[in-house]
Structures are given as C-alpha cells and as structure tokens.
Design a protein around this ligand. Structure first.
Ligand code: ZN
Length: 73
C-alpha cells in the first residue's frame, strides 16, 4: 500500500470506526485484499487492532452469507 494513501486514511479517520478507540489503529480493507479488494481510498477503513481481529474471524462467514443472498435474487 502506498504511504500517502495510508496517511490520507488516517487523516480522514483518527479513531476506530467500530468502537471509537484511538489506540493501536490499523488500516483495514473493507473488501478483503484476499477476495480481490483494492487499495483505493473507498475500500479502506480505520479499525483498532481488537476490532480488526474480530473482523478477521467473522469476515469469511459474512462474505459467504452475502454471496448466498445475492444468489437468490
Ligand atoms: Zn475498535
């Protein structure tokens, strides 16, 4: 990821999107890179390390659920 993109994300978001914490902030991909998400600003969000870990454990399940919903329509 480019350094200036990281800087812009942290300028726009100075705290965790989920819990509001300002400690251990990390940049997270809204749509995971492993699933084809890119480094554009709109795909990046700031999460603290705790929320990022929580998201990492649940994102696969969410992704599968979304796929199932889209399939039915
Ligand atoms: Zn958090």
């Amino acid at each position: 990821m480019k350094i200036d993109v990281r800087r812009r994300v942290f300028t726009l978001n100075s705290k965790c999107l989920k819990c509001g914490s300002t400690n251990n902030l990390q940049i997270d991909h809204v749509y995971p890179k492993s699933k084809g998400g890119s480094d554009i600003l709109g795909n990046l969000q700031v999460l603290c390390s705790k929320c990022n870990i929580k998201k990492g454990k649940s994102s696969n399940q969410i992704f599968l659920n979304l796929r199932r919903e889209n399939h039915g329509r």
